[in-house]
Design a binder for this molecule. Structure first.
Ligand code: K7E
Ligand code: CUA
Length: 768
């Protein structure tokens, strides 16, 4: 399409672009690009709202469930650029997750019945909170297929812990945190016996159970504390999503359910299927649990333990008045507490209304014991009229609700109508609607689960992409659509394909709340955040081999990695030895990660600066196994290599000098030294540039200078070794040491040039 010149100018001016004269190259090219690509004014506006110039940062970071990939995906808003995949329930080789001993220990925590489960069906991520606000410290996420919760430390974006629910056989209603991260909520989904034994479906009503677990979180340790966690035993109602109360409803939790019919299908037995039997009643039950009171009972020693955790039976819950039920629209999906904590919104997938509950009314009913009856298990039921604030027609198939910064304003995803509805839940009226593509599941506003949502942007997490992207075969990516909600009318800005499982839910946090580290304290086991017992310092590398009386030998390799060598470079063991290779990354420089891979060993380690990674195996086959660094860490990265030699049992070493391809003479030495001196001249000029500017005002440059200085120190050490060899007349080794001296110079020069470029690009001033 063609845009008139004035209109284009108006767009550009509106965007604050300096178009200059109509004949300037910039204006001509913008117009041309728009014409060529068929872009409209609206597109250009959307681009301006999302485009992040080179080197730019995003305002928000999103943490998305990776669905069946068992991972978490991190991306930025408004750019929608993916920044990281975090291995959670699934091994992830780039991060060495599930390949080094340290992270295998985390995945091992997720075993069920002693069996490895190396995937997860992740659904709902949740940030840790302090006083109802995201504090940027931890992230939790559930696995629906196996009732597990994982904890990711946002200090380094690594998974540190996985806990397995001892009672449930699935869990969808997690993870949701209480306002001070006292607890992480996890609700069961498919009712099952709490015991690990066979119970016929005929005994469904009596022996199958649902429940909600409150996992205690120890903020100081930064770990979930299973021993002080408790679970409410609940009827077999297919408990679904949950949300914790806040502000006025602090101390309470809300969990909805479907199939409160307790129907058991069985097509092959001639019975109508689950979907028919589970949608007969007009209402299901919203469960209201008093966790604060339950906590007091636990602390007072009044709750019995079962399977290592506290279990509050229905009998006890009824006697202590801990659980209440309220009818809710049938087959609901989300339950979302508003920022003030006095309204709870539930939508039924088979309804066109969102139901707004009043916390004041619910509290009154509980206080006055005003119940309309009991469910078959004796749990008190609050009448709908004694709990409901209003019902609002929002569209067909409403699912989840998120809140705006503006009071009373909410956004509900409308699955069947493929829309997002913006509405006022105080007055009960629809404000705006926008079509999305297609079949939206969850939706999220910025900091939308906190007590002070930012609003600004909304992302619709669409179940189907259909025709939105270039076709890539029958398995389509999912589509996250970014919507501008800063004005009265919602505006669609961007489509982002997410090709890694079904990302059910996303949470977004102001980026400046996160303070991730760029390096570890040297020698850290990053999964425990403690100093590794295998931490090794430069020059202290060693190989220990200990054998018992039966001749079983254990080898520990205390190694290090640094640009550009792995120490040791040759590891010799005997067939049958148990071997553990422990590598410490000695780097202090930002982004200097090294990897470690070895022929036939199914291993990749990722060692970020300061990290210790271990790899244990049995050397069960004699042979030669090259290993190398898998990160392109420096110019001599390919040379970052070594050999594991597994000698046959009883093998006698042949003596003799290492046969090298080359012998070096004094002429070679002189040539190398000349190169080194030339390189030093380059380094000196870079140093002169840096020190003649105010480089100390730039923290990244200060770090680079430190790194370069360290490299030059290594170079000086190598020069000494070369000089020693010369003194002995050994020009062969003198040449080799001079070569290593040069390698360190090259690294220093590389770093120095990076610092110089940074200063030039960031307007450093001359000081001398
Ligand atoms: Cu897909 Cu919350 Cu598991 Cu809704 S969930 S859509
Ligand atoms: Cu270290 Cu490549």
């Amino acid at each position: 399409m063609k845009l008139p010149k004035q209109k284009l100018t108006a767009v550009a001016v509106g965007l604050g672009l300096a178009l200059g004269s109509a004949s300037s190259a910039w204006s001509a090219s913008l117009e041309e690009v728009m014409k060529e690509r068929g872009l409209t004014q609206k597109d250009i506006l959307a681009a301006a709202k999302t485009y992040t110039p080179t080197g730019g940062r995003d305002e928000y970071l999103m943490f998305s469930s990776g669905g069946q990939s068992g991972q978490v995906i991190v991306y930025g808003v408004p750019s929608m650029r993916i920044l990281k995949y975090i291995g959670v329930f699934t091994p992830e080789p780039w991060q060495g997750y599930g390949f080094d001993d340290e992270s295998k220990a985390v995945l091992d925590q997720g075993k069920v019945h002693g069996k490895d489960i190396i995937w997860g069906d992740t659904h709902h991520p949740a940030f840790s909170e302090t006083d109802g606000e995201y504090d940027g410290k931890f992230l939790f996420i559930n696995d629906k297929a196996n009732p597990r919760i994982a904890m990711i430390d946002l200090h380094d974006f690594e998974t540190k812990q996985i806990v397995v629910n001892p009672f449930f056989k699935s869990s969808h209603g997690g993870a949701f945190v209480t306002p001070n991260t006292e607890y992480v909520m996890e609700a069961a989904q498919y009712a099952a016996p709490f015991e690990d034994e066979f119970v016929p479906l005929e005994q469904f009503n009596d022996k199958y159970r649902g429940g909600v677990t409150y996992w205690r979180f120890d903020k100081k340790e930064g770990r979930i504390d299973p021993e002080n966690s408790f679970t409410f035993e609940l009827p077999p109602y297919s408990q679904d999503l949950s949300d914790a109360g806040k502000e006025v409803s602090y101390g309470w939790g809300f969990t909805n359910s479907f199939c409160s019919e307790r129907y058991v299908g069985g097509i092959e037995r001639g019975r109508p299927p689950f979907e028919a039997g589970c949608s007969q009643k007009d209402t299901d039950f919203l469960h209201i649990t008093n966790w604060k009171k339950a906590e007091e009972l636990v602390k007072a020693g009044k709750v019995k333990k079962s399977k290592g955790q506290y279990l509050i039976t229905m009998e006890q819950a009824i006697a202590e008045e801990l659980v209440f039920l309220v009818p809710e629209p049938k087959s609901p999906h989300g339950v979302d507490v508003n920022p003030k904590g006095n309204r709870i919104i539930v939508s039924g997938k088979l309804d066109s209304h969102a139901w707004v509950y009043s916390w004041e009314k619910i509290q009154d009913a509980i206080k006055n014991k005003k119940f309309e009856g009991k469910d078959p298990y004796g749990l008190p039921i609050i009448a709908l009229k004694d709990a409901l604030h209003t019902q609002v027609q929002v569209g067909l198939g409403p699912l989840h609700t998120q809140y705006d910064a503006k009071e009373c304003v909410a956004y509900t995803s409308i699955y069947v109508d493929s829309m997002v509805t913006k509405w006022d839940y105080c007055e009960g009226k629809v404000l705006d609607q926008i079509n999305i593509h297609y079949n939206v599941g969850h939706l999220v506003t910025m900091e939308g689960d906190s007590k002070s949502p930012d609003g600004k942007y909304l992302i619709a997490l669409n179940k189907l992409a259909i025709d939105r992207f270039n076709p890539v075969g029958p398995l389509h990516p999912q589509n996250h659509q970014l919507i501008d909600i800063s004005g009265d009318k919602m505006q669609l800005l961007y489509d982002m394909p997410l090709p890694l499982g079904e990302p059910h839910y996303v949470v977004g946090i102001k980026a400046d709340k996160l303070k991730p580290a760029v390096r570890y304290k040297s020698g850290t086991n990053t999964r425990t955040n403690k100093r590794s017992e295998w931490a090794t310092r430069a020059g202290r590398e060693k190989v220990e081999r200990n054998c018992d009386d039966q001749g079983n030998c254990q080898v520990h390799v205390y190694g290090t990695v640094i640009r550009s060598h792995i120490t040791p470079e040759i590891i010799e063991v005997e067939e049958g030895d148990k071997v553990s290779i422990h590598l410490t990354n000695l780097e202090r420089a930002q982004d200097e990660t090294h990897g470690f891979a070895m022929y036939t060993h199914n291993v990749n380690l990722s060692m970020e600066p300061g990290k210790v990674s271990s790899y244990s195996f049995t050397a069960d086959k004699a042979g030669v196994y090259p290993y190398y660094c898998t990160e392109f860490c420096s110019a001599l990265h390919l040379e970052m290599q070594g050999y594991l030699l597994v000698k046959p049992k009883g093998y006698k070493m042949e003596t003799g000098a290492m046969a090298e391809g080359q012998q070096y003479t004094q002429a070679d030495y002189d040539k190398q030294v000349k190169t080194n001196l030339d390189t030093q001249a380059v380094i000196d000029s870079v140093v002169k540039f840096i020190t003649s500017h105010n480089y100390k005002d730039f923290a990244p440059v200060v770090a680079l200078v430190e790194d370069a200085t360290e490299q030059l120190g290594f170079a000086a050490d190598m020069k000494k070794k070369a000089d020693e060899a010369v003194a002995k007349g050994d020009y062969h080794n003198a040449t080799l040491w001079a070569g290593q001296w040069w390698q360190y110079q090259v690294k220093a020069a590389d770093i120095g040039l990076r610092a110089k470029t940074y200063l030039e690009e960031n307007g450093a001033k001359k000081v001398q």
